[in-house]
Design a protein around this ligand. Structure first.
Ligand code: ASP
Length: 417
């Protein structure tokens, strides 16, 4: 009952934030309200949301570590970890590929960039910092990530919140607790199980504050967006939106029902708080505590599965981002009047997949990574500027899809455990 209420409160907070922010934005543009005031309100929203985000980020690392160690020691037979890993990666690869196909079809059918007036698009000069100095080869980025998975200093990785090395170390630590066994192994196992229980309690407490954070972020997004850019990019936004909707409402639910043997509707309801938070914060990483708590406590999936599948998914499995990269790059190519061959589109698809794996679960990470995809087919990095104006809204949508896919993964993998 309590969880249901939270679900409703978050939805209400979203509506309130948008309901106050949008009219204010419009009034500001019409000159009825001082634009300074609108910016001020957007800023207050961002700060309020930021407080909630800080709380979530505070628990992410200790939650991942205690949860993973507890999950791995609970697996019993270490070989089960290998099976779990193989299934998880198979699922991640499959759904990302499906998402990319959806993106390719959508952008080739709707053709949002064909005949568009490039001059009509505002070129945002404020590119994210990382765009200015991009790593140009996707392989270089992936290799760096793979290498970086082994932390030369686990404390440093923990302090920096570097997800993959933290996951790697926690997995090994859990594994070797099991292998050590005996009195020492048992003491460590019990310690981490208790720490995990405490972290979960703390997370539940923070999650109760979600409506305030979500309200703040919606206010920020609605009041702070340059709505005039929306008209010029409407068809592009529609393309990404249709693609994301298809993946979230058709592809993933079919997998959930056919392979995971779960009612998609009931599962989506259980995941409600996490999906709404992902949408408003545009960060898979920050949403992770909610994703874990919803998957375990509301959907009843075991900690052994969720502790492995979800942190990994938040970092490497981004269906929404992959779909978006494909749609955005092909849109830009169309807008530049470039007719990409099938082979070139395949290069975009493959690079987009790798870029989605490389993107971090933070706002706009996918857009920064897009430079790599643009580069692969000879488009200029500055082209990112064409679509930045509407990126926040699309980021919200793709992040919700990213988290939905991670949760679906947990349900599908859990069925085989
Ligand atoms: N914001 C997305 C996420 O956190 C990543 C992206 O920018 O596509 O999942």
């Amino acid at each position: 009952m309590r969880a249901w209420k939270l679900h409703h409160f978050i939805g209400l907070a979203m509506l309130l934030g948008a309901g106050i922010g949008l009219p204010l934005n419009l009034a500001g543009q019409a000159g009825a309200v001082d634009p300074e005031l609108v910016r001020g309100v957007a800023h207050v929203g961002e700060e309020l949301g930021g407080l909630f985000l800080s709380l979530l980020k505070m628990v992410v690392v200790p939650l991942i570590i205690t949860s993973l160690v507890t999950g791995v020691t609970g697996l019993g037979d270490p070989r089960r970890l290998g099976r779990l890993g193989a299934r998880t990666f198979a699922y991640y690869g499959l759904t990302s590929a499906l998402a990319i196909v959806v993106g390719l079809v959508a952008v080739n059918v709707i053709r949002p960039g064909v005949g568009i007036e490039l001059a009509a698009l505002s070129r945002d000069a404020s590119l994210p910092a990382a765009v200015a100095d991009p790593e140009t080869s996707v392989w270089a980025i992936l290799w760096r990530q793979l290498r970086g998975m082994i932390p030369t200093n686990p404390v440093h990785a923990t302090a920096e919140g570097d997800m993959l090395p933290v996951i790697f170390f926690a997995l090994l630590f859990g594994l070797f607790i099991s292998l050590t066994g005996g009195e020492h192994g048992e003491r460590m196992r019990a310690f981490f199980a208790s720490a995990f229980a405490v972290m979960m309690r703390m997370t539940t407490f923070i999650i109760a504050l979600a409506p305030f954070g979500v309200f703040g972020f919606m206010l920020f997004a609605a009041a702070g967006s340059g709505l005039d850019a929306f008209a010029a990019l409407a068809l592009y936004m529609l393309t990404v939106g249709v693609g994301l909707a298809f993946h979230a409402l058709v592809t993933l639910p079919v997998l959930l029902a056919a392979v995971g043997r779960r009612s998609p509707l009931a599962f989506a309801k259980a995941m409600g708080p996490a999906l709404l938070t992902a949408f408003s914060t545009a960060s898979s990483n920050a949403t992770l505590p909610l994703t874990m708590s919803c998957v375990e406590e509301r959907a009843g999936i075991s900690n052994q599965v969720s502790s492995f599948v979800l942190p990994l998914g938040a970092t490497v499995n981004m269906d929404g981002t992959a779909l978006y990269e494909v749609a955005a790059v092909l849109f830009i190519a169309q807008a530049y009047g470039m007719d990409l061959t099938v082979a070139q589109q395949l290069i975009v698809a493959l690079t987009a997949l790798l870029a989605s794996v490389g993107a971090a679960g933070i706002p706009h990470a996918g857009t920064v990574m897009m430079v790599v995809v643009l580069n692969a087919v000879g488009l200029p990095a500055e082209a990112v500027g064409l679509i930045l104006a509407v990126d926040r809204v699309l980021d919200m949508g793709r992040t919700a899809v990213n988290v939905w896919s991670d949760a679906t993964a947990a349900a599908v993998v859990a069925r085989f455990e």
